[in-house]
Design a protein around this ligand. Structure first.
Ligand code: UFG
Length: 328
């Protein structure tokens, strides 16, 4: 297929682009490089340096970009720090909602009818039961999750009104780096646990702050479902295949179905890196549920997708291979 990957120079986007290229698709990456990196681009993909707020350029890319006509759009260009979204909702409204509406309207004008969307487990909010399946009520705790849910709802309408078939992929905690070691871009100012631990291990930051150790979990720290970015990438390709073949939209969780606490992640990282990784207990971060784990059985039954690389050792080993290079 001919695929336009918006946000394809980012951390998840570059892994997704790599997956589609490996499968023989023709890929154009559209990215404004605000958080994406030139070093995440591949010679086999074409690149358009563009912003999702630039509607004329977006439309031109869709209509006459290097691999046009495009069969599908994969949209991963968004702001993703849940904490920041509560302090600066305007940024999230603009990037995640207005930006996506621009993309959808351009896709509709260009006649592109397959759309893969990076959604998030943040749409669920505080869990009412575990593991979280797709039937779990959606009640986002943070504005970031709200923006993702809004787009899911808009997609339902564009499916009905414009025959755009979508796959909304509700990611749990994305982590790790390319299993074959082909991607090296470090996230700038990361807010997520794994890159922060890696920065502390490689001396790029002083220490990890553990946000609370008095949660109702066995060791008092929060439990999350970490999913390897290569597994996520494989999920995108399978989901696109599914909506194309079945002419039917799809909303699925992509998670490992495992839970690891912050302390477990830290201990595994200390073991694998051989570094001390200084850490101190800090205040709880507002809006953090004690425990989040996924049910990914829908992705398994519909897409035959299952996490392969999402054990904590692989997540940390593949990340450390990349971060170790930054030690001078
Ligand atoms: N944590 C720390 N210290 C840090 C960073 C994180 O203790 O410096 C803890 C958090 O409190 C949390 C866990 O590590 O308990 C994971 O935190 P992340 O910030 O890495 O991830 P979140 O679970 O908050 O959110 C992530 C993504 C969201 C996505 C969600 C889905 O950032 O976009 O997973 O589960 F929606």
């Amino acid at each position: 297929m001919n695929i336009l990957i918006i946000g394809g120079a980012g951390y998840i986007g570059s892994h997704v682009t790599r997956e589609f290229l490996d499968l023989g698709h023709r890929c154009t990456v559209y990215d404004n490089l605000s958080t994406g990196l030139r070093e995440n681009l591949f010679p086999q993909a074409r690149f358009i340096h563009g912003d999702i707020h630039d509607y004329p350029l977006l439309l031109a890319a869709m209509i006459s970009g290097p691999h046009s006509p495009y069969d599908a759009i994969v949209h991963l260009a968004a702001s993703k720090a849940a904490g920041e979204s509560m302090l600066n909702p305007e940024k999230y409204s603009r990037n995640n909602i207005s930006g996506t509406i621009n993309i959808l309207n351009a896709a509709s004008a260009a006649g592109i009818q397959l759309f893969v969307f990076s959604s998030s487990a943040a749409v669920y909010g505080e869990p009412l039961y575990l593991p979280i399946d797709e039937k779990h009520p959606t009640n986002p705790e943070n504005y970031y999750g709200f923006t993702k849910l809004e787009i899911e709802r808009i997609l339902e309408w564009y499916d009905k009104l414009k025959n755009i078939r979508f796959a909304s992929l509700r990611y749990f905690n994305a982590a790790g780096y390319d299993i074959k070691g082909r991607i090296f871009g470090l996230e700038q100012n990361p807010a997520n646990l794994l890159p922060i631990i890696m920065e502390a291990a490689s001396g790029l930051r002083l220490e990890l702050q553990i946000f609370g150790d008095d949660y109702d979990t066995p060791d008092g720290t929060c439990i999350r479902d970490y999913i390897h970015v290569n597994d996520l990438a494989a999920g995108h390709a399978l989901a696109l295949d599914y909506i194309a073949k079945n002419n039917k939209s799809l909303t699925v969780n992509l998670g490992s179905e495992n839970g690891n606490s912050v302390k477990e992640v830290l201990e595994t990282a200390r073991k694998i890196t051989g570094k001390e990784i200084p850490a101190k207990i800090a205040e709880r971060r507002p809006g953090d549920p004690a425990k989040l784990t996924s049910s990914a059985s829908l992705a398994f039954s519909l897409l035959n997708w299952k996490a392969k690389y999402s054990d904590m050792e692989t997540l940390i080993k593949t990340s450390w291979t990349v971060y170790e290079r930054s030690i001078i």
